[in-house]
Ligand binder design. Sequence first.
Ligand code: NAD
Ligand code: DAU
Length: 340
Amino acid sequence: MRLLVPGGAGFIGSEFVRQTVANHPVDTVVVLDKLTYAGNLHNLDPVAGHPNLSFVHGDICDAELVSHLAAGADAVVNFAAESHVDRSLEAPGQFIQTDVYGTYVLLEAARRAGHGRFLQVSTDEVYGDVAEGASAETDPLRPRSPYSASKAGAELMVWAYRASYDMPVVVTRGSNTYGPYQYPEKIIPLFITNAIDDLPLPIYGDGSAVRDYLHVSDHARGIDTALRFGTPGEDYNIGHGGETSGIEVADRVLAALSKPASLKEHVSDRLGHDHRYALDTLKLRALGWQPQVGFGGGLEDTVSWYRDNEPWWRPLKSGEFWDFYRRNYKPLRAATGQVS
Ligand code: NAD
Ligand code: DAU
């Protein structure tokens, strides 16, 4: 296959690219990435120079560029998005632009190029807060944040292209993902890198909200399974199956780094904070996928990775990172010398 991978320099996209190069050496991969604050060419260092991999610096909203690239592709696997809920609460516009409009531009280019497979990487957050039980693919989409509403909007456009033009689309809905190469704004890399630097771990509200943490290698393998074995017109949940609270994430990170509990700091809750997501993953499991990385071991390995790869993350925690941090974590301003 010739794959076009928008967002392939981000966290999950780059894992997908690294896996594809290793596991499907005859496939060609073109990464299209705008290299926003969250995109990072170093994420592709392990596969740099591979003869079947090329990189294009550009925006998925650029219809001319995207049409040109889609014309040579058998499949589009779209990871490109603004991905951080807290940033969407501060400035929703860029989320609508990239996540909704950008997905439309990609769909339209794929349609004109001749109906290659289109895999849209979506999220469990489109189901909204789930008080009990687990979301099945047939459940309604009830997004509650500007981020998840943008991802749901993108999905609805994907389903519209399916219904209107019979495009062979597949959607995956993954749960909260962690592992190497994750920009340190999300809870796990933020808590790890803050703890390494003896900075407070900012826990939203009472820290009881839970997430189903999924290792990035399992998420990328799930996307690959859905791409190659999924049925066109179908959606597939990808989750690990656990429920871990914010407090527990903090405790586990501090234990792994032998840091004191006094680094835990409760801060103002996220606006509209979804308390829980949970996924029924039977549909993807029926295609032969199952998660391979347990949360305990996966988190310890991730802590080790950040401890061993300071040259990757330390330059990211500067400038714009602290500007956002200062705005998002106002109660911490006095506590962290770095953000005052
Ligand atoms: P990320 O923020 O690490 O990476 C996003 C990538 O998209 C970056 O490389 C960025 O430069 C690129 N990008 C952003 N806007 C672009 C544009 N206009 N044109 C081209 N490239 C652009 O995100 P991630 O965590 O790797 O998430 C990847 C996808 O998976 C997203 O669609 C996200 O919604 C979805 N998802 C993420 C998680 C998670 O926990 N991280 C879970 C489920 C689904
Ligand atoms: O579930 C899939 C989603 O997971 C993806 O679609 C998103 O792209 C990804 O960012 C992630 O969203 P979350 O909002 O779940 O991830 P985040 O790491 O921002 O927050 C996880 C939990 O931790 C949530 O309950 C809020 C809490 N939290 C988060 C941060 C950043 C804190 O307590 N403190 C923090 O500083």
